[in-house]
Every structure is written in structure tokens, then in C-alpha cells.
Design a protein around this ligand. Structure first.
Ligand code: SAM
Length: 303
């Protein structure tokens, strides 16, 4: 496997009940999770990978020291990143996921009626392998026959895409742009331009745009880029307890559909734990402290 984990010291589960995982929300603020057991530690060619069993939030995936997802609250983020765009699109047959190696986003995408073909472009195969082993709730849909997983860089994939392979909806579920991880390239103007070219007419694009409490500049930059590249840009939010500041945003670029209100619904037998049509609409109601970070067009459209 060209993406072998080069250093894997599968640690014996630590018995210490006083171990803590610490993440710096900023240089001046830290978050801590009490760790019952360390389940995995390893280095892929792209990032340092840890899987921790935390007392409060269950199993957690950590990449380069940044908590990515936990078994306890992942449904909030994945339902909101998948269902808001997909239930705003009239026929989301072809969906592209960039990143999403833990599998949670693919699980939510694949349960939406009308989804026929999903490509997940994840740069680090090791993340998918670790998720399959330790995060079974996230990876339950990774064997769906409609899903193709490609292990490559999302920017290169989108840039090289042939127009005949364009998508109805593109979702970016990548690591943050801070630091020197592989996710940096996914927050550039060039990338957003390539995304637009990879969408079919009436296409929708959504990505996580971080927490405005700690990284207002990321949201400002993403919203500005998407607003410049797309006829319409919208920003919505939710709360993810395990993310620094909890308040977390998503930015949508639209070539046609208006994402503010859902035009479709999940079948009644597909229960959600966070998303509802009313939560969908409410998520676009922006507190002034968030709206002030956004381009005037976005503020006006969501006023
Ligand atoms: N929900 C998390 C968040 O909001 O931070 C993201 C979780 S998911 C594990 C992030 C994934 O993005 C990782 O598996 C990482 O390998 C992948 N990734 C980062 N840069 C990438 C790139 N350039 N192309 C494809 N995948 C990338």
C-alpha cells in the first residue's frame, strides 16, 4: 500500500484514568478530554494519527493533534454538512466528497433520496483504514456500491476532472487550513474556481468554514472566495461541542438552488438526531457577530 503507516506503535490501551488529551483552541486557550484508553498512534505520509477513547465523548479521531470527530457528537456536523445542501438540491444524483476520511459524511450523503453516485476523494488511506477499525458508526456506509473512494489529493482530482464527470453537489470535509497539513490547499481561491468548474448547472457546493470564535479569518476568507466565485453564497451554523468554541460554520456556493429553505425532505423512516427542516432554515439566521465577518451580498441575502 503506497500509503503505509510508517510508524505504528499500536499502544497497549493505557490503564491510567488520569490521562488527558489537550488541544490548543488558540495560543491562549486549551481544551482537554480525559482519555480512558489510547487505541492507536501512527504516522502516515500525510499526518500524525491518533485514536483515543475519551470518557466524555467516546472514541475520537485526532489528526496532527487536532480533534476531528468523536462518536458522541459527530452526527451534528455530518447531518448539517450533508443534509442542508442535498435537501436544497432538486436532484443530487452525483455527489463528490473531498476529505471525509472518517466516513461520517458519506454515511449521511448516501441516505438522501436521489443520490446515485458518490465519489469520496481522501488523500490519506490510513485515515479510512483506522476509521474502519475504530469508528464503525462512522464507516457503516463505506461499502455502499454507489460509493467510490479515491486516495488522492482533492485539488488535483478536481482540477483534472473532465466536464463529463461533473457533479450536482460537492462537499469538502477537510482538515483545517492551519498548520502544514494537507488541508491547506482546499481553502484557496484557485480551488474554489476549480470547484465551480466541476459542478453541473444548478450545482451546489458546501464546505466547513471553521469556528468564528477562534478563526474568524478562515470564515471571512472562505465566504469572500465563494461569494466571488458563485452567483450566490450563503453561510449557516450549528454547534459541535467537541470543536473549539462549539459554534461551527459552513459556507455554501450555489449555481442556482436557494439553500435557505429545504425543497425536499428525508423519508420519515430516516431519523436524524440534529437536522430538521426547521433547524435547516434556522441555521441560516446569523448572529450579528458572525454576519459582520461576511460579504455584504451574503448579509443582505440572509437578513
Ligand atoms: N470533520 C473534520 C473537520 O471538520 O475538521 C474533518 C474530518 S476528515 C477526517 C478530514 C480529512 O480531510 C482527513 O481524512 C484528511 O486526510 C483529509 N484531507 C486533508 N487534505 C486533503 C486533500 N488535499 N485532499 C483530500 N483529502 C484531504
Amino acid at each position: 500500500m503506497d500509503n503505509e503507516i510508517t510508524h505504528s506503535n499500536r499502544v497497549s490501551p493505557s490503564s491510567s484514568r488520569t490521562a488527558w488529551f489537550t488541544e490548543a483552541g488558540s495560543p491562549h486557550h486549551r481544551l482537554q478530554w480525559q482519555v480512558a484508553r489510547t487505541l492507536f498512534v501512527g504516522d502516515s505520509p500525510y499526518q500524525h494519527i491518533e485514536v483515543l477513547e475519551t470518557e466524555q465523548f467516546g472514541v475520537a479521531l485526532v489528526l496532527d493533534g487536532i480533534l476531528q470527530t468523536t462518536a458522541a457528537d459527530e452526527y451534528i456536523y455530518h447531518e448539517m454538512l450533508a443534509l442542508v445542501p442535498l435537501l436544497s438540491h432538486p436532484h443530487p444524483a452525483r455527489v463528490l466528497i473531498i476529505g471525509g476520511g472518517d466516513g461520517g459524511l458519506a454515511r449521511e450523503v448516501l441516505r438522501v433520496p436521489g443520490v446515485e453516485h458518490v465519489v469520496m476523494v481522501e488523500i490519506d488511506r490510513a485515515v479510512v483504514d483506522v476509521a474502519r477499525q475504530f469508528l464503525p458508526g462512522h464507516t457503516s456506509a463505506l461499502n455502499d456500491p454507489r460509493l467510490t473512494i479515491r486516495y488522492e489529493d482533492g485539488v488535483q482530482y478536481v482540477t483534472a476532472l473532465d466536464a463529463a464527470e461533473a457533479f450536482d453537489v460537492i462537499l469538502v470535509d477537510a482538515t483545517d487550513p492551519e498548520g502544514d497539513g494537507p488541508g491547506q490547499v482546499l481553502y484557496t481561491t484557485e480551488f474554489h474556481r476549480a470547484i465551480r468548474a466541476a459542478l453541473l448547472p444548478e450545482g451546489l457546493y458546501a464546505q466547513q468554514s471553521g469556528t468564528p470564535i477562534y478563526n474568524p479569518d478562515v470564515l471571512t476568507r472562505v465566504a469572500r472566495d465563494v461569494d466571488q466565485e458563485f452567483p450566490a453564497c450563503r453561510v449557516y451554523w450549528c454547534t459541535v461541542p467537541t470543536y473549539p468554541g462549539s459554534l461551527f460554520t459552513f459556507t455554501v456556493g450555489s449555481l442556482g438552488p436557494e439553500p435557505l429553505i429545504p425543497i425536499r425532505r428525508l423519508p420519515d423512516e430516516a431519523p436524524t438526531r440534529w437536522y430538521t427542516p426547521r433547524i435547516h432554515a434556522a441555521a441560516f439566521a446569523l448572529p450579528p457577530v458572525v454576519a459582520e465577518l461576511l460579504p455584504d451580498r451574503v448579509i443582505a441575502a440572509q437578513a
